[in-house]
Design a protein around this ligand. Structure first.
Ligand code: PMP
Length: 384
């Protein structure tokens, strides 16, 4: 059949839609200045390491047993953290946790997508979204963003009415552009999905992906504030970015209990290891200290954007997208690959991503950002 790649000695019955696919991921290169995958540049402090070590040692004494399947202790700690971070108090049963928000999003599509259904987002956006759709046999439609990477609320409502998605994925702040979703736009999306009946009165699920939520500027609200009025809204978050815990793999989602219960149906048994649960809970004990770093990363982000805006390349000012995240998208370069390679040759790794000619730099330490500025000035022949 056409699902069997031909010309191989031992062909495998690969799903045809996977035939020419390669594993997702940025190049993993060993260079001094890593500004390519939106990590937090600050490793856990000695105090955080000490708590993690103690809690993991305690957990390891019970590793002959499967972990707590419901992870309710961790979910209660996450609910407590969200109450402090955004002022929204949720029950532990309204919070769900998994191995990174990547796994959360696959579970959302396993529960609410699937064959015959469509997931909708607005591009450019996180390039894993179409992969989650592919992997769950969900059709994928990408609507359009404006030149400033905002979503037009009227157009979004029209697209939703036309596509009738069962899931709408909205990253806010968006990756790779850094764009936050204004409340009016989210209201327009929620109003548009409320007019759709997917059968039996079911309305589409709207997921606001706030992986970078903690980096938002003052005055930008979190979609968490709308949860009590919208049982079909979910907000996903992660400990990978603001918490500086990308290596621990802990993502989570806040929603109505009914929506969370649907994810509990599709999750693998014991999906979240006891070691992961202990690590995340240990880090959450240090939320205050970890959040203090977010302030300095925000300031460094604003300084980086301001510096980029002041630069001229080939006779015109650089374009710099407004960012509420821990990265900045900038350009445009006639040959962005040459600029990327030039930066790499100077030991600075950024990401070739976004529309043609743009690239994305994650916010590192002040020293790393100095190295980035020095390298870019030379490589792209910038002047002020
Ligand atoms: N959502 C967005 C918008 C992201 O940029 C990322 C990571 N790059 C994720 C989700 C996934 O993060 P994690 O699985 O580490 O929680």
């Amino acid at each position: 059949t056409d699902s069997v790649p031909s010309g191989q000695e031992h062909p495998l019955p690969l799903r045809p839609e996977l035939a020419d696919e390669v594993p997702y991921g940025a190049p993993q290169l060993d260079v001094p200045v890593l500004l390519n995958v939106n990590e937090n540049p600050y490793p856990p402090s000695d105090a955080v390491v000490a708590t993690i070590t103690r809690r993991v040692a305690e957990a390891s004494r019970g590793l002959n047993r499967y972990p707590d399947r419901e992870a309710l202790g961790l979910r209660a700690d996450l609910a407590e953290y969200l109450a402090v971070e955004s002022g929204v108090r949720l029950a532990p049963e309204q919070v769900w946790a998994a191995n990174g928000s990547n796994e959360i999003m696959v579970q959302v599509l396993q529960a609410f997508g699937g064959p015959g259904r469509t997931a909708l987002s607005f591009a450019p956006t996180y390039s894993m979204y179409p992969e989650y759709a592919r992997d769950t046999s969900t059709a994928w439609v990408a609507g359009r963003r404006e030149d400033d990477f905002a979503i037009d609320p009227v157009e979004a409502a029209a697209t939703i009415a036309e596509v009738r998605p069962s899931v709408v994925l909205l990253a806010s702040p968006n990756n790779p552009t850094g764009t936050a979703l204004p409340p009016e736009t989210l209201d327009a999306v929620l109003a548009a999905v409320d007019t759709i009946d997917l059968g039996g009165g079911a309305r589409p699920v709207v997921v606001v992906d706030e992986a970078y939520g903690e980096f938002r500027r003052v005055g930008v609200p979190s979609a968490l504030e709308l949860l009590d009025r919208h049982p079909n809204l979910a907000v996903s978050r992660t400990m990978s970015k603001a918490f500086g815990l990308a290596g621990a793999r802990l993502g989570y989602l806040a929603a109505s209990t009914a929506l969370v219960d649907a994810l509990r149906v599709v999750r693998l048994p014991y999906h979240l290891s006891a070691v992961t649960q202990a690590t995340a809970r240990a880090a959450l004990e240090h939320s205050d200290e970890l959040m203090a770093q977010v302030g300095s990363l925000r300031a460094e982000r604003d300084a980086t954007a301001a510096w980029l805006r002041a630069q001229r390349h080939e006779g015109r000012a650089l374009d710099v997208a407004e960012s509420d995240a821990n990265f900045v998208l900038f350009g445009t370069f006639a040959d962005r690959h040459a600029v990327w390679q030039g930066l790499l040759d100077c030991g600075v790794l950024v990401r070739e991503v976004g529309p043609d000619g743009w690239m994305r730099v994650s916010i590192g330490t002040p020293q790393e950002m100095q190295a980035f500025r020095t390298a870019l000035t030379e490589v792209a022949d910038l002047d002020e």
